[in-house]
Ligand binder design. Structure first.
Ligand SMILES: *Cc1c(COP(=O)(O)O)cnc(C)c1O
Length: 362
């Protein structure tokens, strides 16, 4: 038999989520983040569904090429930037924008031959990953303005570390307030558009929206805010990850299920064996109690998830039979609840789906 594991991508949900983000940030343009293969949903599927976005954000030049191959003509921002003249040539060929986050890139743009590249100057306002330190911003900006390899109208941007701690809601929203202040001070008086907000900031920090918002997870109907699902924000899940039961077995009380015998049957009961495992990207660390739906109604994983199979508690599902549908997340089961049970975030789950899973569009 072929494996029944599917990831169904709800392109209408993505369009709904884009419209919902526009309504929340009505004065900003929207850059749809489609890095990591559209957060695991498929870059081509995601970018096509989101073709009304004002721009796209990708991690690498190869992804910019895939966007252009779809015939999409809006700006594409390469988040990792460039580190060679060959990269610069490809950026020009693809008419792609680049992040500039390091002094070595300024030098390359000063010496560059050929058409100028549109630049997004990345400022490290406290996350301490990529970007120029606040005190280095004015000099970097002046050098970029003068560099023959850089186009005018440089975008000033930064990224938040903790914007999921909402203003006025979370007791711990200090870091985002500080990052906003550092950004305002570092860029005061400089011309050019501003861009700071990821999904959580679009939802919870309206004062941060600026000229460009850069949502990712929210477009796919995923929440990063602890204890809240995407539905709490009016967003719709863009992926349903599903499979079928391969077997339903009656197991006596006191037996142990699966590798390392981690779960003991508390009574005589039925165990469903679902055709899904970590070989498909279902998390091996999903513990007993992780929610799933069988025939649309809730139950839980029991025992250890293996490569091809997962075992499911069928108490309360007396009619379940081999072949019945199992939803792992998506339609009727918020991915956030699976992520929380598994000790991760929804983003990691969708990014972890493997190549043997069949992708469908709905
Ligand atoms: C990934 C990313 C985003 C989007 O973050 P979400 O939490 O998915 O909205 C925005 N900006 C940058 C620079 C990113 O790398």
């Amino acid at each position: 038999m072929s494996r029944p594991v599917t990831a169904t991508i709800h392109t209408d949900a993505m369009r709904h989520n884009l419209a919902s983000i526009r309504a929340r940030a009505p004065s900003s343009r929207v850059m749809a983040m489609v890095k990591a293969d559209g957060y695991g949903h498929g870059l081509e599927t995601a970018a096509s569904a989101l073709r009304e976005a004002d721009a796209f954000g990708v991690a690498a030049i190869d992804d910019a090429r895939r966007i252009r191959a779809l015939g999409l003509v809006q700006p594409v921002l390469v988040l990792s930037g460039f580190d060679s003249t060959a990269d610069l040539e490809q950026l020009r060929e693809l008419d792609a924008d680049s992040i500039v986050h390091h002094a070595a890139q300024l030098e390359m743009l000063e010496q560059a031959q050929g058409a100028p590249i549109r630049c997004w100057l990345k400022i490290d306002t406290g996350m301490h990953r990529l970007g120029f330190a606040p005190e280095a911003v004015r000099e970097a900006h002046a050098r970029l303005c003068a560099a023959r390899g850089a186009a005018g109208n440089i975008v000033l941007m930064s990224h938040f570390a903790s914007s999921d701690e909402f203003e006025g809601v979370s007791p711990d929203s200090r870091q985002t307030r500080e990052q906003l202040q550092v950004f305002a001070d570092a860029t005061a008086g400089l011309p050019g558009p501003r861009s700071l907000a990821n999904s959580a900031a679009v939802l919870g920090w309206p004062g941060s929206h600026g000229d460009w918002v850069r949502p990712g997870g929210a477009l796919y109907g995923m929440s990063v805010v602890a204890g809240r699902t995407a539905a709490d924000f009016g967003l719709q899940p863009a992926m349903t990850f599903a499979t079928r039961l391969l077997a339903v077995n009656r197991i006596a009380k006191g037996e142990h299920i699966g590798y390392s015998a981690t779960w003991e049957t508390p009574e005589d009961m039925c165990i469903g064996v679902a055709a899904v495992g970590y070989g498909d990207g279902y998390p091996r660390h999903a513990p007993a109690g992780t929610p799933v739906l069988v025939n649309g109604s809730p139950t839980q994983v029991v025992g250890r998830v293996s490569m091809d199979l997962a075992t499911i508690d069928l108490r309360g599902h007396p009619d379940a039979r081999a072949g019945d549908p199992v939803v792992l997340w998506g339609d009727g089961l918020p991915i956030e609840s699976v992520a929380q049970a598994s000790g991760t975030i929804a983003y990691e789950l969708t990014c972890s789906i493997t190549r043997r899973v069949r992708f469908l569009e709905a």
